[in-house]
Design a protein around this ligand. Structure first.
Ligand code: IPM
Ligand code: MG
Length: 366
């Protein structure tokens, strides 16, 4: 089969890790007899430099007319001026909104070989296997008013946390659907003791739960969830959370796996096969959860595993290539078991290899 993929490497370590993901994709192509047609576009800081905007029209067009998007990372100190009119992050936020990618799946697993790379005590990490479902196109990130202005009594800034019933219902439903195929525990995270939007979130989660009698629904306040993620991470199965809460909790959760560089994500317009996927031909986006890591960019030491595992999620969710996705995931487990490590996951053991070497050995195992 022929598949088209739009590749947006972005800034910082983005191009380095995406080069390894496409290297492994080429290995899948060779081994399984598919053809992946890659189109590259600019996004983020480099697009601001070349086009004056974080999402040039031609990149937006590439995103709309493709089978799936493989995304690196955007941002960096060069574009960090708080008074700048355009920011690199606008690029990814605009794509999420444009394509209606409301469901961001962030699987968190702990590879036994990396237990010592995490600062968390080993016995707490046994059996950790969860998916965080982060709402991605609403909440504090997108609702308006959102602005800064000057008043006679000084400067003010406002962001708005607003959700509609429909927005909450579809993301909570995505959480239930995922939980159905797993351990059947859904943890809904909110701040219902303080926030009205959270009280609505909780009410709707309870209503939707009537359609999923086999799934246990629990409500956990976000501050407590942050603590439980460290105290008892193996408890969690599927977590569903507001955009900002999900952003924060997944950086925290990545510490369980040993490094930010390990975690992949899939941003979907609905779960495959579910009624949420109403667009005629939904395009999904796959990106590691890490940022551009400007401190290590260009040194060949970035961990490409989050990007490679994101590509595996693309094979699974966008193209239905389950065996191929498994082959990539098994190759990652295999090289970790053999002891290959980038510095972030080296701990006190393992062979330290470069970004391209790690990508190469993973590609070699497909
Ligand atoms: C993430 C990132 C982005 C976000 C930034 C780069 C806008 O932190 O994907 O988690 O906040 O969503
Ligand atoms: Mg983040």
């Amino acid at each position: 089969m022929n598949y088209s993929v739009t590749v947006l490497p972005g800034d910082g370590v983005g191009p380095e890790v995406i080069a390894e993901a496409t290297k492994v994709l080429k290995a899948v192509e060779g081994q399984f007899g598919h053809s992946f047609d890659l189109s590259y576009g600019s996004v983020g800081g480099n697009a601001i430099d070349s086009h004056g905007t974080a999402l040039p029209d031609e990149t937006a067009e590439l995103c709309e007319n493709t089978g799936a998007i493989l995304f690196g990372a955007v941002g960096g100190p060069k574009w960090d001026d708080p008074s700048a009119a355009v920011r690199p992050e606008d690029g990814i936020l605009a794509i999420r909104k444009m394509l209606g990618l409301f469901a961001n799946l962030r699987p968190v697993r702990v590879y036994p070989e990396l237990i010592n790379s995490s600062p968390i005590k080993p016995h707490l990490l046994e059996g950790v296997d969860m998916v965080v479902v982060r709402e991605l196109t609403g909440g504090l990130y997108f609702a308006t008013p959102k602005r800064r202005w000057q008043t006679s009594r000084g400067r003010r800034g406002v962001d708005t946390l607003r959700y509609t019933e429909a927005e909450i219902a579809r993301i909570v439903r995505a959480g239930f659907e995922l939980a159905m195929g797993r351990r059947k525990l859904l943890t809904s995270v909110d701040k219902a003791n303080v926030l009205e939007s959270s009280r609505l979130w909780r009410e709707i989660a309870d209503e939707v739960s009537a359609d999923y009698p086999d799934v246990e629904l629990e409500h956990v306040l976000v501050d407590n969830a942050a603590m439980q993620l460290i105290r008892n991470p193996a408890h969690f199965d599927v977590i569903v959370a507001e955009n900002t809460f999900g952003d924060i909790l997944t950086d925290e959760a990545s510490v369980l796996s040993g490094s930010m560089g390990m975690l992949p994500s899939a941003s979907l317009a609905g779960l495959p096969g579910s009624s949420g996927r109403r667009r005629r031909r939904a395009v999904s986006l796959y990106e590691p959860i890490h940022g551009t890591a400007p401190d290590i960019a260009g040194q060949g030491v970035a961990n490409p595993i989050g990007a490679i595992l994101s590509m595996a999620l693309m094979l699974r969710y966008s193209f239905g290539l389950e065996d191929e996705a498994r082959a990539v995931e098994d190759a990652v487990s295999g090289v970790l078991a053999e002891g290959y490590r980038t510095p972030d996951i080296a701990g006190d053991s393992g062979d330290i290899v470069s970004t391209t070497e790690l990508g190469g050995v993973i590609a070699g195992r497909i």
